[in-house]
Design a protein around this ligand. Structure first.
Ligand code: GCO
Length: 458
């Protein structure tokens, strides 16, 4: 039971309307484990996380939450919390161990298909609607060896993967998300090297961006063709960008173009934001093939916004191409920060919905991720996380404000269900509503999970 005071909000679930989707979001690599079981081959993250110094804690996701074996009991827990939707991703190397599909000479791993089939059936039997993300960063290593995202062939590789997945699951799953945060895997994976595959060169950046944007639209077209009643969208990481001082306005505009506009604008038929980021004109000059610019557009049914923090930037001559850098919350004396060092500022949820909701082509918005990492500890068998309870209450309130002003917000997915492998940060930052003891795999519902349980069952 929670103390009554922490339960108080001046809104209830009904304020969001009867059709609002309440879900949690996860990703295959962060929870499944079983990385070498039943025919799965390594992804770029398996290779990257074993390289010295890439993961801050030196950990890997070989075991993670053992969701591959525990999905049945875990989903029962999910049901108990009251969420009606579960967002998960398909591990490409579990389904296509060679990366490529049969058309290109590769194999389909039936055991991989069977796992997701069981998972989907289990969701459906519990009355939980499955939402599939096709790509949440675990590129098959076999494809990285062929050049990965900078190789134009990725457009065909992804098309075949999408084709196979939609034909296998499209009769049961109607909600499809093409990509998870394209900016993160293209820029962090191929330019800054902080994420897998850890490549760092400007030469790779433009092709990685362009192929990602093409795949985003092509993937949408394939889903719509194979699953005629599909509800198809894609996700974007996003944050309002504020200038540190009035002099930094131009820097903020450039960072906004990179962080918020780079992938949605081509999808909406607006092209890349080359005016603010002239280096992107290299795409049309050197990377794109004839007809590509039209192929970047796709009429998505919805967009997914993944919003966590506010960003403040200043001008900087040391950061090539962008000429701007982040001003950390610590430097700004912001007290409310998470374990990730991110500023908690609920107002920005409203602002980012408004920013994306103003595009004419955006029909529907889901918050496909929002959440906070804190340093959780178990005390007398319980995990009290009042800061996370407040985070979700406040971010939900801000979401509601945007909805009440008429922005078409249709759902909220908490990042995340279970504490899990937080990419280059390892297991230290815990985002879950459910605590995982990674030594014993024991699960404990945190007070934030209990708060949602009461809120959703009200
Ligand atoms: C991302 C991913 C998630 C993260 C989450 C917290 O946005 O990076 O979608 O996999 O774990 O955002 O950082």
């Amino acid at each position: 039971m929670l103390p009554h005071s922490t339960l108080q909000t001046d809104f209830d679930r009904h304020a969001f309307g009867p059709d609002f989707t309440w879900g949690t979001a996860t990703a295959a690599y962060q929870i499944e484990g079983a990385v070498d079981r039943d025919g799965r081959t390594p992804s770029v993250w398996d290779i990257f996380s074993k390289q010295k110094g890439k993961i801050k804690t030196g950990e890997t996701a070989e075991i993670a939450c053992e969701f591959y074996d525990r999905y049945e009991s875990d989903l029962l827990l999910h049901k108990e919390l009251g969420f009606n939707a579960f967002r998960f991703s398909l591990s490409w190397p579990r389904i296509l161990p060679d990366g490529i599909g049969p058309q290109a000479g590769g194999r389909i791993n039936e055991a991989g298909i069977a796992f997701y089939d069981r998972l989907i059936d289990h969701c459906l039997s519990l009355g939980i609607t499955p939402w599939i993300t096709l790509y949440h960063w675990d590129l098959p290593h076999a494809l990285e060896q062929k050049g990965g995202w900078p190789n134009r062939k990725i457009v065909d590789w992804f098309a075949e993967f999408t084709n196979i997945c939609t034909l296998a699951f499209g009769h049961k799953v109607k909600h499809w998300i093409i990509l998870n945060e394209p900016l993160a895997f293209s820029v962090l994976g191929y330019f800054t090297g902080q994420h897998a595959p850890g490549r760092r060169s400007f030469r790779n950046l433009l092709p990685a961006i362009h192929h990602t944007a093409l795949v985003q639209a092509e993937g949408g077209r394939i889903v719509r063709q194979n699953v005629p009643d599909a509800h198809v969208g894609t996700t974007f990481s996003c944050s309002p960008i504020d200038p540190f001082t009035p002099r930094d306005q131009a820097a903020a505009t450039r960072v906004d173009a990179l962080m918020n506009r780079l992938f949605i604008e081509p999808a909406l038929g607006l092209g890349y934001p080359t005016r603010e980021l002239p280096f992107l004109s290299g795409i049309a000059k050197k990377v794109a093939q004839p007809g590509d610019m039209e192929r970047l557009a796709f009429d998505f049914d919805f967009i997914g916004l993944q919003h966590y923090f506010r960003a403040v930037v200043e001008q900087s001559y040391f950061m090539p191409y962008l000429w701007a850098k982040d001003v950390s919350p610590l430097r700004r004396n912001v007290q409310t920060i998470t374990e990730m060092g991110w500023e908690v500022n609920p107002e920005t949820m409203y602002r980012i919905i408004r920013q994306f909701g103003q595009y004419e082509g955006v029909k529907q918005i889901y918050i496909t991720e929002s959440g906070a990492a804190f340093y959780d500890t178990v005390q007398q068998g319980m995990v009290h996380d009042p800061a996370r309870v407040s985070y979700h209450q406040d971010y939900l309130k801000s979401t509601l404000r945007a909805k009440q002003e008429g922005f078409p917000v249709a759902g909220y997915f908490v990042w995340t269900f279970l504490d899990n492998f937080e990419w280059a940060e390892g297991y230290r930052p815990r985002f879950g509503l459910v605590y995982v003891d990674f030594r014993t795999q024991k699960r404990i519902i945190k007070s934030s999970g209990r708060w949602f349980q009461q809120f959703l069952n009200d």
